[in-house]
Design a protein around this ligand. Structure first.
Ligand code: PPE
Length: 308
């Protein structure tokens, strides 16, 4: 997905010109993957652009850093304001994707991260459908990866750690090279964990099921949590249950959720059609409701929107 440059990137409290937003090649994170990031979206609403669940995303960024023992030199409130500044200063009234990144900068080399300076950057740019308009509309082809998701004692799966995404990249490339759109990853216990950058749900006999994030070694998705609320409000029950690959093959419907991807129907898994391979009615109802909610179209979900 190409990046469309905007004007300014927030770096350690200052709005820097896009072209000047550089780091030293000896930055610690570049060598060891020691850092954490977030992915957030802002949407155009009838009352101006709004950031979706901003506080939850910034809180998760701080939680990721806590796990990594990185002391972030900005508070939750400061980072919330900084994120809004980035949307405002770049005049992104039609919405955007936001990428806050906490990284260890230039200062010391060696595995020990503790002496390194902690830097924070927040960038924003307009970004379309992460898995393509066609996938969002008609469903994506998924492949169970040969790569195993992190064991929780190898990499903390509740932290959006920069280096942790090498595991996702391996799975993504494998799936793309094999002609699929996206990978589904199994944990070390062969249970379904998550996708390379999304959580997933199946629908079975009218019930929605998603792997329990902590046990499944999956990120606790903010979109996933939003979908639980939306599904319940639409009258569907949701349960968090461990599942195996045959549960995917035999699902009536399936979809994935994430900030970048939003809600995307799964058309097939390992070449077995999910249902008849077309997005199912529950998936479509949830996708439509989510799209309206994030754009300020449903008053009940107004508290999820932070106007900038
Ligand atoms: N699992 C993983 C591994 C993950 O990276 C994400 C977000 C999710 C689940 C869904 O979480 P949430 O966004 O809170 O619903 N992935 C981000 C990064 C994607 C990327 O390509 O980079 C995102 O969607 O912004």
């Amino acid at each position: 997905m190409p990046i469309t440059p905007t004007k300014k990137i927030w770096m350690d409290g200052v709005l820097v010109d896009w072209e000047q937003a550089n780091v030293h090649v000896l930055s610690h994170t570049l060598h060891y993957g020691t850092g954490a990031f977030e992915g957030i979206r802002a949407y155009k609403t009838p009352n101006g652009v709004a950031v979706f669940r901003l506080r939850e995303h910034i809180q998760r960024l701080l939680n990721s850093c806590k796990i990594l023992m990185i002391d972030v030199p900005f508070s939750l409130e400061e980072l919330i304001e900084a994120t809004k500044d980035v949307v405002r200063e770049n005049d992104l009234q039609d919405g955007c994707y936001l990428r806050p990144l906490v990284y260890l900068g230039y200062g010391e080399m060696g595995i020990n991260p503790l002496p390194c300076p902690v830097n924070v950057a927040i960038a924003a740019w307009p970004w379309g459908a992460y898995l393509g308009d066609e996938g969002a509309e008609n469903g994506v082809r998924m492949k169970i990866s040969s790569w195993t998701r992190h064991a929780p004692n190898a990499m903390p799966t509740a932290s959006k750690t920069v280096g942790g995404y090498v595991n996702s990249s391996l799975a993504k490339v494998e799936a793309l090279k094999a002609g699929y759109d996206e990978a589904i990853m199994l944990g070390p216990d062969a249970r379904i964990s998550e996708c390379t950058g999304e959580n997933l749900f199946i629908v079975r006999d009218g019930l929605l099921i998603s792997p329990p994030p902590s046990e499944a070694g999956a990120l606790r998705g903010i979109t996933q949590a939003s979908i639980v609320k939306i599904a319940n409000d639409l009258g569907y029950e949701v349960s968090f249950e461990a599942m195996r690959r045959d549960d995917l093959y035999l699902a009536d419907e399936a979809f994935l959720t994430g900030t970048a991807a939003e809600v995307v129907p799964i058309g097939s898994v390992d070449d077995r059609l999910v249902g008849d391979g077309r997005p199912g009615p529950i998936t479509k109802a949830i996708q439509t409701t989510y799209h309206r909610a994030v754009r300020g179209g449903i008053p009940e979900y107004e508290s999820w929107l932070a106007r900038v």
